[in-house]
Design a protein around this ligand. Structure first.
Ligand SMILES: [Zn+2]
Length: 337
């Protein structure tokens, strides 16, 4: 996020640590048998990997399913291949020629590197800027290819309610409504091969509406949700702590841990630590306290108070390990335990 710090935030407290927490205090590993897997993250470049794994090790997170540019995947695979798996994504910057053709080429190259998951970013702003919807006829050959290759799909559908009530509400003809976006998703989800997993990123893009997510999970048995996006989850999961906890327990076989951590040249160990710290507090503990991370979606005087879910051990086992292994094994890209 590029929002400037509010004027009354002293410079000594950075955006990722406004409560001045010492993230370097040791934290015991999650109570999980086997490696802890972060199923949704963006380790973007090989030269970010050292600091990334150092921070991850401190928080007991072992393996990662990452979305990075194809151009970085080879180096990451060579040096960290035992701890990384890749999700096929399109080119970061605008490409010359047809965007979809370019994505199809990259799909094949990612596949050759062992990737068996493809990500479609279909948030309202992406649809508006690219001009493709998930159910656009132009994407049909792409989905056929994905099914032929027996790959899983991950989608980003929907954005925070704070955005739908703000910038999207201000221009509905351009961005559409949440209900339209979920209809678009179901139009394709309903046709996806039932034996292939589909992962709805960021709690299916709607942690604010757990009944909507329950309906989708009940209707589509191959659907999984990842709990990634730190500020979004901290804000919305904490806000409805009791119903969220019930939802996680009820759907323990269907929710996969993901951080949505993004590496960057300016992101040091403490920045990365702030994200891992929040996730671990949120899922594993009954922590109640201010979030260390500044949330630009809320006014300065209404920053989120975290309410940890303190999920039972058997739920954490599935969240952090079992469900990721199940999905990765289903498409033949497991870490091979
Ligand atoms: Zn992401």
């Amino acid at each position: 996020m590029s929002e400037p710090l509010p004027a009354n935030q002293p410079a000594a407290f950075p955006e990722h640590n406004r409560t001045s927490i010492d993230f370097r205090v040791p934290m015991p590993r999650p109570k999980v048998v086997g490696p802890v897997i972060d199923f949704h993250c963006h380790l973007l470049a090989a030269h970010h990997a050292k600091g990334w794994f150092e921070s991850a090790k401190h928080f007991g997170i072992d393996q990662f399913v990452t979305m990075c540019p194809l151009e970085e995947a080879m180096g990451l695979q060579r040096d960290w291949g035992d701890r990384l798996r890749f999700i096929a994504v399109p080119a970061w910057r605008e490409v010359t020629g047809n965007w979809l053709d370019n994505f199809m080429n990259r799909l094949e190259m990612f596949y050759n590197l062992g990737s068996r998951i493809v990500k479609f970013h279909m948030a309202p702003q992406t649809i508006a800027s690219r001009g493709y919807r998930l159910d656009s006829p132009q994407l049909r050959p792409f989905f056929r290819e994905v099914a032929t290759r027996k790959m899983a799909v991950m989608t980003h559908i929907g954005d925070p309610d704070t955005w739908y009530h703000g910038k999207y509400a201000a221009d509905v003809p351009k961005f559409g409504t949440r209900d339209e976006h979920y209809q678009m998703w179901e139009n394709v989800l309903a046709e996806h091969p039932k034996e292939l997993p589909w992962i709805g990123a960021h709690m299916g893009g709607n942690p604010e509406d757990l009944p909507r997510l329950q309906r989708l999970l009940d209707l589509y048995p191959n659907l999984y949700l990842d709990c990634s996006a730190t500020r979004w989850m901290v804000r919305e999961i904490s806000k409805r702590r009791e119903s969220a906890r019930e939802f996680f327990i009820r759907n323990a076989d269907r929710i996969i841990f993901g951080s949505d951590q993004v590496s960057g040249d300016d992101r040091d160990l403490d920045f990365l630590a702030s994200r891992f710290w929040c996730h671990r507090k949120l899922w594993e503990t009954a922590y109640i306290g201010p979030s260390p991370i500044y949330d630009p979606d809320l006014p300065v005087d209404q920053q989120p108070v975290m309410h940890g879910l303190a999920l039972p051990d058997e739920v954490l086992q599935k969240l952090y390990h079992d469900n990721a292994v199940k999905v990765l094994d289903a498409v033949g890209m497991g870490f091979g335990f």
